[in-house]
Write a protein that binds this ligand. Sequence first.
Ligand SMILES: [Zn+2]
Ligand SMILES: [Zn+2]
Length: 210
Amino acid sequence: MKVILNHELATITLLPVETKEFVTLINLLGALKPGDKLCYGGRKDEGEFCAIILRAGGHDEPKIEKHGSITHHFRKCVGGIEFVLRGSTEDDKHAVGYLRDVCYYGSNGFIFLTDRTAEGERALVMTATHCQHCGAQMIDRGRCEWKTCAACADKCDHTYKRGLCHGGSAEMAGMGEFCTKCGCGKLNVKPELPLIRHGESKMVRVDNLY
Ligand SMILES: [Zn+2]
Ligand SMILES: [Zn+2]
């Protein structure tokens, strides 16, 4: 898929490139109505890039799994149409990698907005989530994690706390101070060592930290 991220409008536009993607897109547009969720179902590693597994028009169900003496409660998206979002060009693959982080750290999927014609083709338009304060559409990786848009974060009377933070790429992390309401980092605070690798623990992302 060709993936167009519009940060100003906070929209993600998907355009089919390969023949089977045209079929997938028509199926998705037939099944989705505005406001429907495309749930995140994990990533597929493909060399240095990844693809995103999505379930369109499904719904969340509570699930319980037992692993030895540990009982794991979680919600799993079921039903709908499963589809794999894979970038076509290198730029598209970078965009998909970015969107995977948006899903994993913040939105847990996307919200279908509309279909439109872009570059002569039918395209699917979605956003990641809405600001919990003002309802604005959002696709920014760090903001989605806190469901707080930039305008609302600017108005926040920050309440700082020390904790594990990660930078924009989510690859490096360290201890720092962040606002527990909007996620903004304290300005001019450098994270302290040791740094740990992404994936070892659930971290919060902090803007302005680096
Ligand atoms: Zn807002
Ligand atoms: Zn704040």
